[in-house]
Design a protein around this ligand. Structure first.
Ligand SMILES: *Cc1c(COP(=O)(O)O)cnc(C)c1O
Length: 494
């Protein structure tokens, strides 16, 4: 099976090539052109435990790997690494279900994919006979950096370079990154904001491509959700949560289920659409946004317009105005019309907006719903669910829960699963405030405070942070990033 660029038919790649490249040479994203060609036994799948289920699904999406190879990779990625062996537990809360995606090594939902990506990259390197060492370049606003560091540390043949805005991440997030161990990791703060870090990283890629001689024997790559190797592992928990409902006799196999997804870059929810294309009975996928509701407007009106004010909210991982993975959805609903997708993306680049046809919008609306929720309602939702059900959720999850209310009111009999993307302990300040407590000044003290108030334990990976030794204290100017990144990437040893 070959993957194709969303922007041009002739740029095909095998799964391993797509994983190593990340993005297609024309700037498009790698996609499966025909889901009906993917072979997957759904009945059998639903009876498996999570890790073997992951292996089966990933092998179907990346058939260059044999079942035995994929079994080994999924075992290495997941066994013993999460709080529970089923990786992503499903819990009932009132008349809905919450799919907890944050039980991984850094308490972020990105762990699900970033535990697997390093395994897929290493194996892809071997399969394609790649001799070059891979250097992963990551700009982060907080969560991705730590999850990527945790996934890639001490992986042979790969090194990882993370840049974060020195004053733009929380104290806990910063501590998570600067205490990272491993001989192949380098974490650097920049005097600048997240966009400066992101721009610097993009410029580094461009500089390396322009002048291949500067980095002999090194290939730069990326770990964000444009990489198909990061998207594919996310398909698994849609099947897994459905299987849980069948196993617990909450639904019968074949009954449709609706998922509500807190959305930023559209990766998580798109994986749900992949699951549906692979035969999972999904009624609707509901896209939940915070005040940066560019996707709500798009899904309601068919116009994508990023030229609007940007809000900093209490759900920062969803503060995004350009959702990269939407490009893949456009490709799917246009019948793999790469010329059309290329034009829409060019329009987004040049004018900041694009509009799709009424026919395309209708197709999308048949599959997706949308809603949004501001900070005030987010906080009220955390408080209400805590009070009513004794379940404590983080701000991102609360956005999705709030959006699920309307849907549930209109469809009371339908099973609804709300995806939970972060532990409340990752955003202790906002969560404490929401439930009417006065948060401690020091964010580390907020962790203990939240634990005392809620009776829940602080996740192990966060508990030891305050006293863990700082291993990375380098701060650079944003203007230095490109030169610094190229120099670091070229060094034989860190
Ligand atoms: C990354 C992230 C999201 C958004 O996921 P996308 O795949 O980008 O839509 C939501 N919540 C949290 C906590 C995240 O870290």
């Amino acid at each position: 099976m070959l993957y194709q660029s969303t922007r041009s038919k002739n740029l095909a790649a095998t799964g391993p090539e797509a994983i190593l490249r990340g993005i297609a040479p024309d700037g498009g994203l790698y996609m499966i052109p025909d889901f009906s060609a993917v072979r997957l036994n759904r009945k059998e799948l639903l009876e498996l435990d999570t890790i073997p289920m992951a292996s089966r699904i990933l092998q179907a999406l990346l058939p260059d790997f044999t079942p035995a190879e994929m079994d080994e990779l999924t075992e290495k990625a997941y066994r013993g690494k999460f709080e529970t062996e089923d990786l992503t537990p499903l819990v009932q809360v009132g008349d809905r279900y919450i799919l907890e995606l944050f039980r991984g090594p850094t308490s972020a939902f990105k762990d699900v994919a970033l535990s697997m990506l390093p395994q897929l990259m290493t194996a892809s390197r071997a399969k394609t006979g790649m001799k070059d060492e891979i250097v992963i370049l990551t700009a982060t606003s907080g969560d991705t950096g730590k999850a990527a560091l945790e996934g890639f540390h001490d992986v042979p043949g790969i090194r990882i370079l993370v840049f974060f805005p020195n004053n733009g991440v929380s104290a806990v997030q910063k501590a998570q990154m600067v205490t990272q161990t491993g001989g192949n990791v380098c974490v650097t703060a920049i005097n600048g904001n997240f966009d400066d870090a992101q721009t610097g990283v993009k410029k580094t890629f461009a500089a390396a491509a322009e002048n291949p001689e500067t980095l002999r024997g090194v290939a730069l790559s990326s770990a964000n959700s444009i990489n198909i190797g990061r998207l594919a592992p996310q398909v698994v928990y849609y099947f897994k949560s459905y299987a849980d409902l069948v196993r617990e006799k909450k639904i019968r196999c074949g009954d449709p289920v609706t998922f509500v997804v807190p959305t930023g870059n559209f990766g998580d929810i798109l994986a749900g659409y992949f699951a549906k294309m692979l035969g999972l009975p999904v009624k609707k996928l509901i896209c939940a946004s915070n005040e940066n509701k560019v996707l709500t407007d798009f899904l309601n009106e068919g116009v994508y317009d990023r030229m609007r004010p940007f809000y900093k909210t209490t759900s920062p991982s969803m503060d995004i105005l350009v959702s990269s993975n939407l490009e893949r959805l456009l490709y799917m609903v246009s019948g793999c019309d790469s010329a059309l997708v290329g034009n829409l993306m060019a329009s987004l680049n040049e004018t900041g907006r694009y509009q799709i046809s009424a026919a395309m919008l209708q197709k999308i609306q048949a599959e997706f719903g949308a809603g949004f929720c501001d900070d005030q309602k987010t906080a009220a939702t955390i408080a209400a669910v805590w009070k009513e059900y004794g379940y404590l959720m983080d701000t991102h999850t609360a956005v999705a829960w709030a959006v699920s209310e309307d849907y549930k009111r209109q469809n009371p009999a339908e099973p609804v699963i709300v995806l939970s993307t972060a532990s409340p302990f990752k955003f202790p300040h906002a969560v404490l405030q929401a439930i009417g407590e006065t948060p401690a000044v020091d964010e580390f003290d907020c962790l203990t405070q939240l634990s005392e108030v809620s009776g829940l334990p602080v996740p192990k990976n966060l508990a030891g942070l305050k006293t863990a030794p700082v291993l990375h204290d380098r701060v650079i100017e944003k203007e230095e990033l490109v030169e610094y990144a190229l120099k670091k990437a070229g060094e034989a040893q860190w």
